[in-house]
Design a binder for this molecule. Structure first.
Ligand code: ADP
Ligand code: MG
Length: 684
């Protein structure tokens, strides 16, 4: 058998089983051996019947005394058997598995694993797993056994047997591809040892060695390619050469003094502009740290040098807001801003496309509409994407292709640990705005249950009577966009009818037409609406300084970083602001999470906590960062290994960046394949 052969060529694997395995993503023999166990059961310890432990799972070894017997009690079929070891006897019972009567052979020796209970003053092992002891290798008992994530009624025993047989057959084919130097320096076991022991670990130690090796391998392939990608980007000459790097003119327009952190980041950007290669930079800055002013400064420099700047935001609402604030800063400087929005009619859009093509438009703001094929730039020199955590590597690359290697600036308010950033944003240089503009007041955050609702509503009414505004994030419901729509509309109606009859309440949700959303946001920003009820469409970026209360229903349903984003919508003006989290959840972890919110406003602390409490899967969302799916590494728990990987990759990159040396050929090929077969192609 060859690793690349289809699983259908394995004996015992017919059409049905092939189909089932395909559904698990297993197509080739290699996929099968890389279908790693999701868990293990330690059955290596065999207990004598005379020493059996009550109410615990025991593995025992003994001889079946006689043929099992099956009887019927009401609707249940009970199969009983007895086994003996060194004169001690134990009764075994199975429920509704009458066929065992004919499967289990009297006088034969077996291993049984199951929980032992006392029934009618007798010990019984219930529904034990069994395995006959013949000359073959034991796969299901007497060792640490693998447990596979297997659906479609594929039994664990079958899985184990299958993988065991295949491993024996392809043993010689498991090639080492991590260069020896790296393997020795980082104490990595050989690949064949790792694959064997991840499925059938000889003991704990070999399991840990195997897992470390495989986690390392997976992250190493990824990190190595990202380093190469970053290196190649740095080599690309940009068509956008900026000679004039002064930005006093726009600084004057801000009406505030830039913070030192903003200045530092602007400086890093202008340093990039001085080289003739394209900038590829990420700005991490907490909610409200003033990323927009930095973006405007970079845009200003691009335009002053005769180039266009495109700015992409994740939602229409945010794009629209950016458009308004860019216009107010840039128009007096005779710099033209245009908005590309989902709300525009075809004709209007075409006019804007025309302006972009002939450079009448200097700054182009929009959602991903900005990167559609119809948009042709005349001289695109800078691309900015805001709230980058919603965009992936691919979208970033699409943008880069739009011009003659424009400079790229991406911004995110979701801070993550540096080692993770090197994976998720591995192709980017990183700048951090680690300081808030002066004079920010603390946002008082409280967490209450639904009994407090009416008090909170009164607080909102009082707030409105004093001329300030509030947000209410609508209760979330389990599934289905239509249900969500219904929920927000009903909730709004109820509040209008029963609570807020003297003040103006409106709602905004994702299913609304873009133009309607913009209209509501406009009225809210003009102070014509007192209370804005919303699903999470306002989550990112919205800046309305007069809004001072953020009420979040069902707070337990949100991730911490999302709550932090939502809270960041208030506390933007001179007035004191409040964030009120409503939840009836009794869950301990939820309580812990909500408590974190009341204790800190530091986005970095919050995201670390979030990672810890939710795990990286939820935290990062599904595949949004455009990296291949990881089979074994866990981006949060494996940070220590990730750090070693980064050291190793940086070293290897420094000695052989293009992996041209003979000893690195196997690695090079493997990296190609790692990316070739993923949905995401990070190409060099
Ligand atoms: P974010 O980083 O979340 O995108 P914004 O750019 O929206 O934050 O800035 C938040 C608010 O802070 C805006 O109202 C902006 O005008 C204001 N701001 C930004 N920088 C400064 C500064 N250096 N001094 C005072 N206010 C500032
Ligand atoms: Mg912002």
């Amino acid at each position: 058998m060859q690793l690349s052969q289809s699983i259908s060529e394995i004996k015992n694997i017919g059409e049905q089983r092939t189909k089932k395995l395909n559904k698990l993503g297993v197509f080739t023999i290699e996929d099968l051996i890389e279908y790693f166990p999701r868990d293990y059961d330690d059955r290596s310890h065999i207990t004598k019947i005379s020493e059996i432990k009550l109410n615990q799972v025991n593995t025992i070894k003994g001889r079946l005394i006689a043929k099992p017997e099956t009887m019927r009690m009401k609707s249940i079929q009970i199969t009983k058997a007895r086994i003996e070891d060194n004169g001690a006897i134990l009764e075994l019972v199975w429920f509704n598995q009458p066929y065992l009567k004919n499967t289990l052979k009297p006088k034969a020796e077996y291993m049984f694993t199951g929980k032992v209970c006392e029934k009618y003053a007798r010990l019984q092992m219930e529904n034990p797993d069994y395995e006959i002891i013949d000359n073959g290798e034991l796969l299901n008992s007497g060792r640490i056994i693998p447990i596979y994530a297997s659906t479609y009624k594929f039994s664990q025993k079958l899985f184990r047997g299958l993988i065991f047989e295949i491993l024996k057959e392809i043993k010689g084919q498991l090639e080492e591809f991590i260069p020896d130097t790296v393997r020795k320096n980082f104490n990595l076991c050989e690949r064949s040892f790792a694959i064997e022991n991840i499925h059938f670990p000889k003991n704990d130690e070999s399991f840990f060695l195997a897992r470390k090796r495989l986690v390392f391998e997976e992250l190493f392939l990824l990190q190595m390619r990202l380093l190469q990608l970053k290196g190649n980007i740095k080599k690309r000459k940009s068509g956008a050469v900026f000679n004039n790097l002064s930005y006093n003119e726009i600084k004057e327009r801000f009406g505030f003094e830039l913070t030192n952190a903003q200045k530092k980041v602007i400086n890093e950007i202008t340093e990039d502009f001085k080289t003739n290669t394209a900038m590829n930079r990420l700005i991490q800055g907490d909610v409200g740290s003033g990323k927009t002013a930095v973006a405007m400064t970079a845009a200003f420099i691009a335009v002053k040098n005769g180039f266009q700047c495109a700015m992409m935001a994740p939602t229409d609402v945010l794009a629209n807001q950016h458009y308004e604030s860019f216009k107010s800063i840039f128009e007096p400087l005779n710099i033209n801003c245009v908005l590309l929005s989902g709300a525009q009619k075809k004709k209007e859009k075409n006019e804007i496309y025309e302006k972009i093509k002939n450079s009448q438009a200097d700054i182009i703001i929009g959602t991903h509409a900005v990167i559609q094929d119809a948009v042709k730039f005349n001289a695109l020199g800078l691309v900015i994407t805001d709230e980058q955590h919603r965009f992936g590597v691919n979208q970033r690359n699409l943008l880069a292709e739009k011009g003659n290697n424009p400079h790229i600036l991406v911004m995110t308010a979701t801070p993550i640990p540096r080692s993770l950033a090197l994976i998720l944003y591995g192709d980017l240089d990183i700048s951090i705005i680690d300081e808030m503009p002066p004079g920010r007041k603390k946002i008082d955050t409280i967490s209450v249950n639904t009994n407090y609702r009416s008090r909170v509503y009164n607080f909102i009414i009082k707030n409105a009577s004093e001329g300030r505004q509030s947000y209410i994030i609508c209760p979330m419901i389990e599934e289905g966009e239509n249900k969500e729509l219904k929920a927000v509309i009903e909730y709004t109606q109820k509040l209008k009818d029963e609570v807020f009859y003297n003040i103006r309440v409106e709602c905004i949700h994702g299913k609304m037409k873009s133009a309607d959303k913009q209209e509501i946001m406009k009225e809210f920003s003009e102070g014509k609406i007192d209370v804005l009820i919303s699903t999470t469409v306002i989550e990112v970026g919205i800046n309305i300084p007069n809004a001072t209360i953020m009420l979040i229903e069902n707070a337990e349903r949100f991730g911490l970083s999302q709550l932090h984003q939502l809270r960041g919508r208030v506390g933007r003006g001179a007035d004191k602001s409040y964030c009120i989290l409503i939840s009836d959840s009794k869950n301990k972890i939820t309580a812990q999470r909500l408590k974190v919110m009341t204790q800190t406003e530091n986005g970095f602390e919050i995201s670390e906590k979030d990672l810890e409490l939710r795990g990286p899967g939820d935290f990062f969302g599904t595949r949004q960062h455009g990296i291949p799916e990881l089979k074994i590494a866990n981006l949060y728990k494996d940070i220590p290994i990730l750090k070693e990987v980064q050291k190793a990759a940086q070293w290897l990159y420094s000695v052989d960046p293009d992996l041209k040396l003979d000893e690195n050929q196997k690695l090079n090929k493997r990296i190609e394949r790692f990316f070739e077969f993923s949905d995401y192609k990070i190409s060099l």
